[in-house]
Design a binder for this molecule. Structure first.
Ligand code: GN1
Ligand code: MG
Length: 377
């Protein structure tokens, strides 16, 4: 246990009036942007016996999220809405601080300009990668259901926590500006990656273009649908709840479908050193599509259905530009754990995207088949 972190977490817990002595903490290593800790406190179970009570404590990355207070307002509204609509479902509850004047907040913004929040810890398992078709189908259902739960939520109530988050055209423009600046002298090393991404730019920007042409409806989407953002029951592996609501904003259905596929259906993890092995596992693709369309098929427009197959290619390319841009800028946005981490991630997304291009027809056929099945069900 790092003593400085432990001391910091202790202070944060005090601000949120968490009861009982601080016991210990462990870092939850999944997120690439925020820092997350499971912090354990000791409680009396009412009979004099000590029990461990865990909380999930997060430090929000304010480089990525410039307005974390608005972000917390979004989360409050969305979790409240889902709780009312589906009161029996497991849900996230954020704790409140209280200052001398009695003002309560769901966050602590402290002197070092760091931004903290605490929510209930849900006993569960998560999967960073998964070959179990049933689990993947459950994840598809969970993200599909999440979108359906919010289908009549008034999207104008939501702030854009990261403007233009899935605007692929703008992601390319930003990367090109940073290439021109070449702040860290890294551009020469990544010419091949830049050239490949530029060679597929129009295909990669297909969702953005269709939206700008007014052909796709805006929905409330999750926008960060990695399978490890679903908590599963430890025994049954049923999906319990979708977490990581920082990017819940108006978006396109393809953003959620494509992002989930590029993460869950990849043969290897997102930062696999041997990146040539990246590629799309069609069985996993099918399982996710089946779960997702089971929940959404009846509400999607024909064009939305048509975009799902290619959306995974779009999201893989978009994320490759983001990782590459961050590498070129000196690794400021994504947490990196080793040198060239963002470059390895870029190469992995590019290898995946190349494989997706070859499997485009198969992916489209699977989506059409699942949509047909559940539109008529
Ligand atoms: C970030 O925070 P995390 O690890 O769930 C990123 C996603 C990327 C993902 C890639 C706010 O997600 O957009 O797809 O890394 N989130 C943000 O692993 O930028
Ligand atoms: Mg996230």
């Amino acid at each position: 246990m790092d003593q400085d972190i432990a001391r910091k977490l202790l202070k944060v817990g005090e601000a949120f009036r968490i009861k009982g002595p601080f016991f210990n903490y462990e870092e939850v290593s999944q997120g690439n942007v925020n820092r997350t800790y499971k912090v354990n406190y000791i409680r009396d179970d009412g009979t004099g016996m000590a029990v461990i009570k865990p909380y999930l404590v997060q430090r929000v990355n304010t480089y990525a999220f410039k307005n974390p207070i608005q972000l917390m307002e979004n989360i409050d509204k969305v979790t409240e809405y889902i709780r009312k609509k589906a009161p029996d479902k497991v849900s996230l509850h954020y704790h409140h601080t209280e200052d001398a004047s009695g003002e309560r907040k769901t966050y602590l913004s402290d002197e070092e300009d760091s931004f903290w929040r605490i929510c209930n810890y849900v006993p569960s398992v998560t999967f960073d990668s998964c070959d179990d078709i049933r689990v993947v189908r459950n994840a598809g259902e969970a993200f599909g259901e999440f979108q359906m739960l919010l289908s009549d939520f008034d999207a104008t109530q939501l702030y854009y926590t990261i403007p233009d988050f899935h605007d692929t055209r703008k992601r390319y423009e930003t990367m090109l500006k940073d290439v021109a600046r070449d702040e860290c002298g890294r551009v020469a090393e990544v010419r091949e990656e830049i050239d490949w991404l530029l060679s597929v730019q129009d295909q990669a920007c297909r969702l953005t273009d269709l939206f700008n042409e007014g052909k796709l409806p805006l929905r409330v989407t999750h926008n960060d649908t990695k399978i490890n953002n679903v908590l599963f029951d430890e025994v049954t592996h049923e999906a319990l709840v979708v977490v990581d609501l920082d990017t819940v904003m108006p978006g396109l259905v393809g953003h959620d479908f494509g992002d989930a596929i590029r993460f869950a259906a990849n043969f290897v993890e997102e930062d696999w050193e041997d990146y040539q092995k990246a590629g799309v596992n069609l069985n996993i693709f099918w399982a996710f599509a089946e779960g997702f369309l089971k929940k959404t098929a009846k509400t999607l427009t024909p064009l939305e259905v048509e975009t799902l197959g290619m959306s995974s290619f779009v999201l893989a390319c978009e994320l490759a530009t983001r990782f590459l841009d961050d590498y070129i800028n000196g690794d400021k946005y994504f947490n990196v754990k080793k040198p060239k981490h963002n470059l390895i991630r870029t190469r992995c997304q590019i290898a995946l995207a190349k494989d997706m291009l070859e499997k485009q027809d198969a992916m489209n056929a699977i989506v059409r088949e699942c949509a047909r099945k559940y539109q008529n069900a």
